[in-house]
Design a protein around this ligand. Sequence first.
Ligand SMILES: *Cc1c(COP(=O)(O)O)cnc(C)c1O
Length: 370
Amino acid sequence: MPVPLLDLKAQYVPLRDQMIETITRVCDSQRFILGPETEALERELAALVGVPDAIGVSSGTDAILVALMALGIGPGDEVITSTYSFFATAGCVVRVGARPVLVDIDPETFNLDPRAVEAAITPRTKAIMPVHLYGQCADMDEIMAIAARAGVPVIEDACQSIGATYRGRQAGSFGAAGCFSFFPSKNLGAFGDGGLVTVTDPEFGKRIRLLRGHGAERRYYHQKVGGNFRIDELQSAVLRVKLPHLDQWTRARQVNADRYRALFAEQGLDDVRLPVTRDDRSHIYNQFVIRTPRRDDVKAHLQAAGIGCEVYYPVPFHLQECFQDLGYREGAFPAAESAANNSLAIPIYGELTEAQQAEVVGAIAKALGR
Ligand SMILES: *Cc1c(COP(=O)(O)O)cnc(C)c1O
């Protein structure tokens, strides 16, 4: 029985009629850019995250980019971030002309190590950008304290962590900016690209809004050089249909994660390391990432059995070809390098059945000779 890594159709089918109706309504309105759907989505998501404002943007990448631009970060500046994340995290820092100062991860949670952040502060540090990887928040108390001591803002890359909590607070509610992605494979996925910036200071939110539309409040009168970072009305409308279900979808992922833990234990696979969730936070499992030194064998076996799996991420930033001029060497960040070599994401989407999960764990057991 093949098991896909993600089955978007299973989520779509029960919502199909409502989706078609909603899309038809937007088409009939012929209002495609910055209309009532986007305004409503922004209000609903600001309320969900618990912040005074949220700005819909064109992608998670553009959320990070516009946040960096709004903070005035550019040439000569440094932004401290994790070496282990999706490319956009460090790519956007380079795009504004600044230097990503990379730090290693906590080997248990894959999130950046606060002690390494502290050690990387210099007089040129202009921001700290933690990533809440796979659906679990980074160590925000420690990171916020380090940022406060250094007098620099925090940008949260919360692209994988909508709805994740840390000591009762939502991802994206800590820093000056919280960046979210609605790429279809994220827990809240659009029918295309989309993103969001949450802000804790409404004045900073105004700056993001200005830059989202080429820095012009009044059309054709440009106060700043921004970009076209807008979200489409169609995407906002689709996201608003999905939003009321997000909690339930997240719970389904958490139930599946617990079930995996039971299944791995039943098979006696205690040499496979399962995701570690800290007591003071919730995990929304955008990915369920296991670790084994025999990762490549397991991956090949799962692929041959028709079971979806993926390596997130095979190459940390410091070893990427395009970042060689940053001057990092192999061995610089051992925890990230080890994660790149032994981690594997397996299916965790909410509609996954118990039988499918048993199939996945059975195939992993077989690959490991059990
Ligand atoms: C998905 C993702 C992004 C980028 O989001 P897009 O919407 O694909 O541009 C940035 N950072 C992380 C950690 C992500 O997972």
